[in-house]
Design a protein around this ligand. Structure first.
Ligand SMILES: [Zn+2]
Length: 124
């Protein structure tokens, strides 16, 4: 295992970590997923790891470049998914009615327009 690993991105799950790592690899940056073994031991790679999955670079000189690349990559992905006018459906746990919310509000807590209780807008 290489020394001096520098974490450039903390992914919520193994799937996301793999995507970021593969993408950095394509950009010519040597990456190492720090908690890969621990995550695989859980056998539920899509469950959120308590501390996240750290995507690290093995060459400290590439750390800044990698961080910038990841940031730009994620921003680009966000812009692609947040199409104007797109909405997401959320079903209220309290009254069971479905309502639509702007896509930008995904993963947030909003107020149900039917019963005015709190409602979780799903992530996707
Ligand atoms: Zn409701």
């Amino acid at each position: 295992m290489p020394r001096d690993l520098i974490c450039v991105y903390r992914a919520a799950d193994m799937g996301e970590a793999d995507i970021v790592a593969a993408w950095l690899d394509d950009q010519g940056i040597a990456v190492h997923i720090k908690n890969r073994h621990a995550a695989e031991m859980l056998q539920t790679p899509f469950i959120v790891a308590p501390k996240g999955i750290e995507v690290c670079v093995t060459d400290p000189q590439q750390a800044d470049q990698a961080k910038t690349l990841v940031r730009e990559h994620l921003q680009h992905r966000r812009e692609k998914t947040a199409e104007p006018g797109r909405t997401i459906e959320a079903v209220c746990e309290e009254c069971g009615k479905a309502s639509r919310f702007p896509f930008e509000q995904r993963g947030t807590v909003q107020t149900c327009p039917h019963c005015r209780r709190y409602l979780d807008v799903p992530e996707a």
